[in-house]
Design a protein around this ligand. Sequence first.
Ligand code: HEC
Length: 166
Amino acid sequence: MKISQRMLALVVSVVALPGAGCQKPPPPSFPPVMASPPELPPASVAACAGSADASSLAELMRNRFNPLLTSISFALHHEDAELSDRMGAVSDATSVLLGCVQDVTHRVPPFTLRETGEFYHFLDRLQDTALALEMAAVELDEADARHWFAHLKHECAACHARFRKE
Ligand code: HEC
């Protein structure tokens, strides 16, 4: 059987297309998930706003992460107010924290590729935990909110143990 000119042209163009029809999985050593450039419900994230500077990673930590953690703790444990007001304060502060988590992605230190993957892994865990806290607060589930807040603090400490130099 004679292959027509047109058919040949088609075959050649398909073969020549870069990556066309490549069904191969990525190489086995490829890290499964290095980070999740956050795909969160938009309503659960607020801008990482504040008056003090947050242009470096250290400033972002000192002037945003730290005060946000303090205000969440205050609303959860100390504030003498109605449950719905306290949980509202928790979810508001946590949505800002989630915005600040996204800002960290623009301030990642010049790590090696492997370190960058690890760093994002810790950041990803912090994000998941913050989201769980926010959801608990939205549902006015104080016990659950306290539970996730305890985990949240651990996520701060875990990343520091690995990446924060004295
Ligand atoms: C993904 C990693 C990571 C996570 C998660 C993380 N941090 Fe940090 N943090 C760092 C690194 C790295 C530094 C050191 C930055 C530097 O000195 O340049 C730091 C520094 C700090 C500092 C000191 C800043 C200064 O004045 O030098 C504070 C305070 C801080 N973090 C608070 C927090 C809090 C609160 C949380 C949790 C809500 C948190 N961090 C979560 C990586 C992380």
